[in-house]
Design a protein around this ligand. Structure first.
Ligand code: GTP
Length: 213
């Protein structure tokens, strides 16, 4: 196998897209929606998942039938999830390089962080672009709390919009308050149950990450 890094092989590096957010906000569900949408758009993709001490999310994606299981790599953080996406992203950088070696045409690598707190962010050494996924059921006060993930992510995604009536959340207000703390950076709303909003997210990825439009 060719063990040289991509910059010695003439191969163009794949874009790295980080997906972070609190536990259970719908990061894996988002990836399950993004995979078919991106594949339909002709994007050559691979995925890295980060879990604490298991490969649970990777196993779920490998079994989903949505993507070649060999294109899903698992990193076991063994510590707070942000450690391996921010403080020392070596394991993730190596996993991405390995996917590029094995799949030379890969254009986009989705890197899912383990569920974390509102302060988690991705290192720019690891990702070209990163999204932070929060969910309606986590509370409409989350944007007002101004955590670094909410404020600094390249795109903030508010997921589980279908649950708003069940948890008493005013979606327009939650969106307005998120926009207000993000100084012009985008805020999207999704429902991963139905797929609503995923088209806008894919448009954004194709435009801002893959420079296709
Ligand atoms: N109603 C509703 N449920 C959702 C939505 N997105 C995800 N879920 C559900 O929320 C739960 C958590 O979703 P996951 O995709 O596992 O969340 P995660 O962020 O990957 O979770 P961790 O990796 O454990 O942090 C699952 O039961 C999903 O089916 C949504 O848009 N609407």
């Amino acid at each position: 196998m060719n063990k040289l890094p991509f910059y010695h092989t003439g191969q163009v590096a794949a874009a790295r897209l980080g997906i972070g957010g609190p536990v259970g906000s719908g990061k894996t569900a988002m990836i399950e929606r993004l995979i078919p949408a991106l594949l339909t758009g002709g994007v050559d993709i691979a995925v890295i998942t980060n879990d604490l001490v298991t490969a649970e999310d990777a196993v779920r994606l490998r079994r989903s039938g949505l993507i070649d299981p060999a294109r899903v790599s698992a990193v076991e953080a063994g510590a707070c999830p942000h450690t391996v996406i921010r403080e020392d992203p070596t394991l993730n950088i190596e996993a991405a390089a390995e996917l590029e070696r094995r799949f030379p045409g890969v254009e986009l690598i989705l890197i899912e962080s383990g569920g974390d707190n509102l302060a988690s962010t991705f290192s720019r050494d690891l990702t070209d672009f990163w999204m932070f996924v929060v969910d309606v059921a986590g509370g409409d006060d989350i944007p007002r709390k101004r955590g670094p993930g909410v404020i600094r992510a390249d795109v903030l995604v508010i997921n589980k919009t279908d649950l708003a009536p069940h948890v008493g959340v005013d979606l327009d207000r939650m969106h307005r308050e998120a926009v207000a703390v993000r100084e012009g950076r985008p805020v999207l709303m999704t429902n991963c149950r139905s797929g609503e909003g995923i088209d806008l997210l894919v448009d954004l990825i194709e435009r801002e990450v893959l420079f296709r439009r």
